[in-house]
Design a protein around this ligand. Structure first.
Ligand code: MOS
Length: 768
């Protein structure tokens, strides 16, 4: 990748003298404050914590997809030197048995999986036993010697033959609401329209593969207190579940996640490693570490396999006359894992006739799980490929067609957008890419032995805000400590929160510390949905405003104070001082104000509640326009994505560097969704087969070429007081569709299933 640091709105070229020092503003491109700790190995992840006499746990997983365990033969495993015990459903210490106790804050409706609950097998890969030993090596050797016998029952893991039994999901899931009611008569309008398309799309299973595998280290204190280092996107969510499953009060358990090596949704729900590690620790009264292997990363949730049908119709002017979008996805027998797949199709473009439907098929698999831009990754993909198909039917440029169908309102919710600079994304992105030079006809561009194609797509994602608390302590020496039980899943939370606080207080960044990743800190939600900046960031700015007010109060009382009769609204904090707006002579150093406290720190707390009454009057979303170039070798079926321009409208960008990195990551994953990733099932065994990096393909450096990220000007005070909407998932949405559309432009082949592997490129339906 060749990052080119272009941007329209943020001067992110501004060099910082030394990353992490000096005065900063919102919008600056600031390097990670935790970068040094990470590259020097001082940052400790869940499996890095050590205790004296710590036991190592290794899990044994089911080899059948459905049935029950009939027995264990454990002699060989127990004979391995260093093995202390082997736990399973029949000998485990007591845990609560009701499903309700296992429900975490992000759980879908249904009854969550309960590790070691009974002999019943619900999916291939289910944990069935756990070996505890002095060393990881002994535990792993013994785990391989555990013999489990099963009585297998017929299982079903294949989605496509069962689309007919799709049912409506129970809507009881945070963040999920069912598709809106039909508008107009979409089927009649489609039938009557002069230009139309219809197609079916398929997306295979993807598994989360963060660099850090899921792991839990339980450190048992002398007093029995458990300090649990868990790989999670929310320490308080994990703490809550441990307390409920084991009946341990809040004072008996602390969960920490100071560093998280990527998660992408896999850490929203506590996974079986947490429950089992705690179980082992309570049983042995020892500290315990449980690390999953890369193969075991394929033994819990995944992005669901999804089938979709889209029918679009337009008038000769290119305006949409009918939108029909149906989707069926898999879920488990236990829970209705639901995501927003089709609703975007009623939201993105105005249309009088819209029919949207979404259903689930229960399979003998683990519940699917949120994965970066859940729902939109599939739904917007199908819509945006369908829009491209329609543009060819209209003989119209795909970007021109989207501009003809541009909407300033969210028609499906019948609300205005709090802000929507998608048009700027389209025009500025197209400009940067050079879209105007694009020939309309497929197979028009060739270079050497490769066909060249240009494609584009739109992206959309929610701009959410939850509630959070923050605490701030300003010390007499000018050091500021801000804290909240937020998480940094690799996105830059430490940095951005410190930046917000430093900018608000006019303190140098190296005087500000942000603490997160500890369940005892002030309440914060899971880091999910790209909402942490709008949520925790607003709490941080809120608590800093309280500090400002406290300083103002102190300043007023100072002898000869220029603030004696001032109003707080006129006070500005910058460069280590406070002053009255526009009156430089009123400058008062914060150090002088702090000297009046008699050595006492100033402490403030703040609860940030979203302004719901204001927010409900608007649709709130981030948008993007993605343009890409592919080069296709027809003889080999290989595709190279040689150029991507991603233009993002996500409100105010707080840190131009970490935000850009989020979008790079999203584009890389979009390319991966388009070309590489799929977990294949052997339906005879009911098992994911390619559960390793040798066979589950993710992009490597050589797959990634030029990615050009730009942020268009947007500032949204409805979503957050910072003007920020949050970035992350928006970087992924639409990328795979743009790649698919570019492949069509290059080859005339329309590939309607992802990943678009060489076999499909060579045999896909040619419609050119
Ligand atoms: Mo993300 S799927 O909201 O962690």
């Amino acid at each position: 990748m060749k990052p080119r640091n272009h941007t329209h709105t943020h001067n992110n070229q501004q060099p910082m003298a030394e990353p992490g020092t000096g005065y900063v503003s919102k919008g600056d491109a600031i390097s990670r404050t935790d970068a040094r700790a990470k590259v020097t190995g001082q940052a400790l992840y869940a499996a890095d914590h050590v205790a004296k006499d710590m036991l190592h746990a290794v899990v044994v997983n089911s080899t059948i997809a459905r049935g029950r365990i009939t027995g264990f033969v454990l002699g060989d495993a127990l004979a391995v030197p260093g093995v202390k015990d082997i736990l399973h459903h029949d000998n485990k210490p007591s845990t609560r048995s009701l499903g309700i106790f296992y429900k975490d804050m992000t759980a879908p409706s249904g009854s969550p999986f309960k590790p070691f609950h009974s002999s019943k097998i619900l999916y291939s890969g289910q944990p069935v036993a756990m070996v505890l030993a002095d060393t990881f090596e002994a535990a792993r050797l013994a785990a391989g010697l555990v013999q489990v016998s099963y009585e297998a029952e017929a299982h079903e893991t294949n989605l496509l033959p069962h689309l007919g039994r799709a049912h409506k999901p129970s809507p009881l899931k945070v963040g999920y609401s069912p598709p809106p009611k039909p508008k107009g008569d979409a089927d009649a309008a489609w039938a009557a329209a002069p230009v139309k398309m219809q197609a079916e799309y398929y997306s295979g299973v993807e598994h989360h593969n963060p660099m850090e595998m899921h792991a839990t280290t339980v450190l048992r204190g002398e007093d029995g207190h458990l300090t649990i280092h868990d790989k999670t996107q929310g320490s308080q969510n994990s703490r809550w579940v441990v307390s409920r499953v084991f009946g341990l009060g809040k004072d008996k358990v602390t969960v920490k996640n100071a560093f998280v090596g990527g998660a992408f949704g896999s850490g929203l729900r506590p996974q079986y490693n947490l429950i089992l590690a705690v179980m082992a620790s309570l049983h042995t009264q020892c500290s315990v570490r449980l690390v999953l292997t890369r193969q075991q990363m394929f033994t819990f949730g995944h992005r669901p396999e999804t089938w979709q049908r889209v029918k679009l119709a337009a008038g000769l002017d290119g305006k949409l006359q009918a939108v029909i979008h149906e989707a069926v996805a898999e879920t488990s027998r236990l829970e209705d894992y639901a995501e927003t797949v089709v609703t975007w199709s009623g939201q993105l473009y105005p249309c009088e006739n819209v029919r949207l439907a979404y259903g689930l098929v229960d399979l003998d698999r683990y519940s699917p799980m949120d994965m970066r831009a859940p729902g939109a990754a599939h739904g917007v993909h199908a819509l945006e490929v369908a829009m491209d198909e329609l543009s060819y039917a209209l003989k119209m440029d795909p970007l021109a067609m989207r501009l003809v169908n541009y909407g300033e309102r969210d028609e499906s919710a019948d609300l205005p957008y709090s802000s929507k600079e998608l048009k700027a994304c389209y025009t500025q992105g197209a400009d940067r890419f050079g879209w105007a030079a694009r020939p309309l006809e497929p197979r028009s561009m060739r270079e050497g032995h490769e066909l060249v194609g240009w494609g584009m797509a739109t992206g959309i994602w929610d701009a959410m805000q939850m509630f959070a608390r923050a605490r701030a302590v300003l010390h007499p020496d000018g050091r500021l400590e801000v804290s909240s039980a937020a998480s940094d899943i690799g996105t830059g939370t430490y940095t951005v929160m410190a930046q917000i606080a430093a900018a608000a207080m006019g303190l140098p960044l190296d005087k500000v510390t942000f603490r997160l990743g500890d369940s005892t800190l002030p309440v914060a939600p899971v880091e999910g949905g790209s909402s942490h900046v709008a949520t925790v960031g607003s709490a941080v700015e809120g608590v800093c405003e309280k500090l400002q007010k406290a300083l103002f109060k102190l300043a007023r009382k100072m002898k000869g104070s220029p603030f004696a009769k001032a109003r707080f609204a006129d006070v500005r904090f910058a460069r280590g001082a406070m002053r009255l707006k526009g009156v430089a002579s009123t400058r008062l150093a914060l150090a002088d104000v702090l000297a009046t406290t008699g050595g006492e720190p100033i402490e403030e707390k703040y609860l940030m509640l979203p302004h719901i009454l204001k927010q409900r009057k608007f649709a709130r979303a981030t948008h993007s326009a993605v343009f890409c170039e592919v080069r296709v070798d027809e003889a080999l079926g290989t595709v190279r994505v040689t150029r991507v321009v991603s233009a993002i409208a996500a409100g105010r960008i707080i840190n131009a560097k970490t935000a850009r990195s989020q979008i790079y990551g999203g584009v890389v994953w979009g390319i991966s969704q388009a070309l590489h990733e799929e977990a294949h099932s052997d339906h005879t065994l009911g098992r994911f087969m390619n559960h390793s990096f040798a066979e589950y393909h993710i992009p490597v450096q050589a797959d990634i070429h030029d990615i050009d990220v730009m942020f268009v000007e947007e500032d949204d005070r409805v979503v957050s007081r910072l003007g920020a909407k949050g970035v992350g998932e928006i970087g992924l949405v639409g990328v795979a569709a743009a790649v698919c559309n570019a492949i069509f432009h290059a080859t005339g082949r329309r590939l309607r299933s992802t990943p678009m592997t060489p076999d499909k490129v060579m045999s896909g339906p040619s419609t050119a």
